[in-house]
Structure formats: structure tokens, C-alpha cells
Design a protein around this ligand. Structure first.
Ligand code: GRF
Length: 205
């Protein structure tokens, strides 16, 4: 299959971009039948931007401070998505909350990955909070983004056992291993049209 005939996905990142790397690797190897058409970051120093450049994938730093409102910022994002004919937006450590307007515009076409078994431990400190809670099991959730944070219908979920003596670093490294496998898999299911969403229920065919 010619590369360009693969569905185009965008990846939004703010930091390290290890999930982006996993997606790029899966797309390059053919395990994921999609291509990363554009990588977007809200941070100039995001390592994700370097990973995109290294992979020869278009990337763009969109500075939120250059826009007077969130709406205007998101208009700029939407222009980029249109320009690159993006079918699916993958949030991978993107530290901004997308407005309901943006979410409705791409209804069922935005995925997020979260380092816990939602609805447990939503928010930006999920790994630390699972440890502090004394949870025995946490995990990874890939979900469709809706108007609420860390809330939309769950596509894939996998547990990660918390071991005695785990630190945030050791636990995060095992969570990452699962994330890097689960995210490309979920993206593949979505772009292949194998995901049916009915309210909160996600049916995979
Ligand atoms: C991941 O752990 C993901 O679950 C969360 O943000 C982190 C991003 O990591 N949403 P990276 O930038 O992909 O390395």
C-alpha cells in the first residue's frame, strides 16, 4: 500500500514524546496502517518535536501565547489539521485541555492515553497518586476524548501491577511499556473503522 494512501493522523505532544516515538515506529514498520502527517506541540522545547524531525515527519510548534483566546489558538490547530488532511488526532502527553467546540468538531476522532485505569486517578499526577493511594493495580487507558477531562469512552485498557518498593520512576517505566504497545494498537483499530461507539460503550469488531 502506498504510504500516502494510509489514513493521516496528527499527534499532539508537550514533552518527551515516547508515545509519539512508539506511534512513529509502528507506522514505519507497517504494524500500524496509518501515517503521522503532523506533530504539534505547544512547547518549543518539547523533545517530541525533535523526534518528529528525526523521523522526517512535519512538525509544528504552535505557541499559545501568540493567540488572544483559546478559541483562536484552536483555530490555528484546526487549520493545520485541515492542511494535512488529518482524520484522527492523538493526544500523547499534550498538556492543554481542548475546548468543547474543538472536541465536537472532531467528534469521536480524538484519542487520549492516560497512565491509569480510568475512572481511577484522572488528572496530571495519575502515577504518583496511584502509588500514594496504596493501589495494588493501576494501568493504561486509551479513550476517545469528549467534553470532560479524562472521561470519554474507553477503547483499550490494560492493567499494570504495582510492586512492593515501586517508585514513581519504576512504575512509570512499566506503564510506558504498556502504553507504547496499546496506543498504536488503538489507533490502528480506529483508523481501520473497527471501533463503534455507542454512548459510553465501545465495540471493537
Ligand atoms: C504518558 O504517560 C501519557 O499517558 C500521559 O502523558 C505521558 C506522555 O509521555 N498522557 P510521553 O511524552 O509520550 O513520553
Amino acid at each position: 500500500m502506498a504510504r500516502e494512501s494510509r489514513p493521516a493522523v496528527a499527534v499532539f505532544c508537550s514533552g518527551e514524546g515516547t508515545n509519539l516515538q512508539a506511534i512513529l515506529n509502528a507506522a514505519r514498520s507497517g504494524r500500524l496502517r496509518a501515517r503521522v502527517a503532523i506533530v504539534v506541540s505547544d512547547r518549543a522545547d518539547a523533545k517530541a518535536l525533535r523526534r518528529a524531525r528525526r523521523a522526517g515527519v512535519p512538525s509544528c510548534y504552535v505557541d499559545p501565547k501568540r493567540y488572544p483566546t483559546r478559541g483562536r489558538y484552536e483555530d490555528a490547530l484546526i487549520r493545520l489539521l485541515r492542511q494535512h488532511r488529518v482524520q484522527l488526532v492523538c493526544l500523547a502527553g499534550f498538556m492543554r485541555i481542548l475546548s468543547p467546540v474543538f472536541v465536537r468538531r472532531f467528534r469521536h476522532r480524538i484519542l487520549n492515553i492516560h497512565p491509569a485505569l480510568l475512572p481511577a486517578f484522572p488528572g496530571a499526577h495519575a502515577v504518583r497518586e496511584a502509588l500514594a493511594w496504596g493501589a495494588k493495580v493501576t494501568g493504561v487507558t486509551v479513550h476517545v476524548v469528549d467534553e470532560d477531562v479524562d472521561h470519554g469512552p474507553i477503547v483499550l485498557q490494560e492493567a499494570v501491577v504495582i510492586r512492593r518498593g515501586d517508585t514513581a520512576v519504576s512504575l512509570l517505566s512499566r506503564i510506558h511499556r504498556v502504553e507504547h504497545r496499546l496506543y498504536p494498537q488503538a489507533i490502528g483499530l480506529l483508523v481501520a473503522g473497527r471501533v463503534r461507539i455507542n454512548g459510553r460503550r465501545v465495540l471493537i469488531r
